[in-house]
Design a protein around this ligand. Structure first.
Ligand code: AMP
Ligand code: MG
Length: 319
């Protein structure tokens, strides 16, 4: 199957209406989208991604009201959060109705819902009478795509179309939250920061879930992985330790080597710039055939927490 890359959404609308899967741009990362109400299409998404079925998908819509059919209820605090952050990088886990196939949620009684903030995808959703299930448009376990060409690289010949919506503005997946026991549980750190959530959840505690049970397989330990082994630590010390190796370096704001294989994510030391560039930098460094990629902990505040989470998972394998 030839994979086309198009800026226009008309072809995508036709394909989605005939239950095909198409890669779509969002502000977080590119998604691999299909009709969320059609089980065979959902199966196709799992197949193309080689994603295990126990890993549920996020359902995308352009208006929270449209989701009312698909969820049992929406707590007030979720409405409030949606007012502040939707469209945007925040996903809500809510009790699902029978309208959402069990395949979408891997048999869970809840469904994850989000309104993505990208003009092309919002326009696309407004023209469809069904929501779109869309995990990130990468092969399972690999680096998420933030540009159309990243999707092409991983999924060419497996899908008919990629909508090119440019480079993703946020560049890191959505934050996933659930309201339970009068608390807002953060199931996955992402593009909406805990501080932002706390500003809205005034009398409701915002807690980071530490359960071992997989609610969000962004929580699987090895994920977002480069093929080149990645190590997180003190870069100068690691450069010394691995001086016999061909090392690539991924740093926040400082330069550590005069070598060519170095990417500094934000010379101004801005976490939002670093998050936006992170996955592209991982794609680029991974293509350089280095022996290892050395990187460091980012400041553990705001988006730095989500970046550290991704780096930790990307570097999980033993080296
Ligand atoms: P991805 O789109 O690949 O970033 O994956 C979407 C994330 O949403 C996965 O980590 C899912 O586990 C998570 N997710 C989807 N549905 C649910 C749900 N019902 N409860 C908790 N997490 C969910
Ligand atoms: Mg993913």
């Amino acid at each position: 199957m030839e994979t086309r890359i198009e800026k226009n959404i008309d072809h995508a609308i036709k394909l989605l209406k005939t239950n095909q899967v198409v890669a779509i741009p969002t502000e977080t990362v590119y998604g691999l989208a299909g009709n969320a109400l059609h089980p065979e299409t959902i199966l196709k998404i799992y197949e193309v991604k080689q994603r295990p079925r126990f890993d549920p998908l996020i359902v995308h819509t352009d208006q929270l009201q449209k989701m009312e059919k698909f969820v049992e209820y929406i707590p007030d605090i979720i409405y409030k959060l949606a007012e502040s952050f939707s469209p945007g990088p925040l996903t809500f886990v809510l009790p699902k109705t029978a309208a959402i196939p069990d395949l979408v949620t891997s048999g869970l009684a809840s469904v994850a819902v989000r309104i993505p903030d990208h003009s092309k995808t919002l326009e696309l959703l407004s023209q469809l009478d069904f929501p779109l299930a869309a995990p990130s448009a990468n092969l399972f376990g690999q680096i998420s795509p933030t540009k159309a060409k990243h999707v092409f690289h991983q999924l060419q010949n497996k899908i008919p179309l990629i909508i090119d919506g440019g480079e993703c503005r946020v560049g890191i997946e959505s934050t996933i939250v659930r309201y339970k026991n009068n608390q807002l549980e953060v199931l996955r750190l992402g593009g909406t920061t805990i501080d932002q959530l706390k500003r809205i959840c005034k009398d409701i505690a915002v807690v980071t879930e530490q359960s071992e049970q997989i609610h969000a397989p962004g929580q699987l330990k090895s994920h977002y992985a480069t093929r080149t082994p990645m190590i997180v630590g003190d870069i100068p010390q690691l450069l010394e330790q691995y001086k016999q190796k061909d090392c690539a370096v991924l740093s926040f704001s400082k330069s550590y080597t005069s070598g060519k294989k170095q990417i500094i994510l934000s010379e101004k030391a801005e976490l939002s710039e670093a998050a936006k560039k992170l996955f592209n930098a991982m794609h680029v460094l991974d293509s350089l055939q280095a022996d290892i990629i050395l990187t460091e902990e980012f400041p553990p505040v705001g988006l730095g927490l989500a970046i550290n989470d991704r780096l930790r998972r990307a570097s999980y394998r033993e080296y």
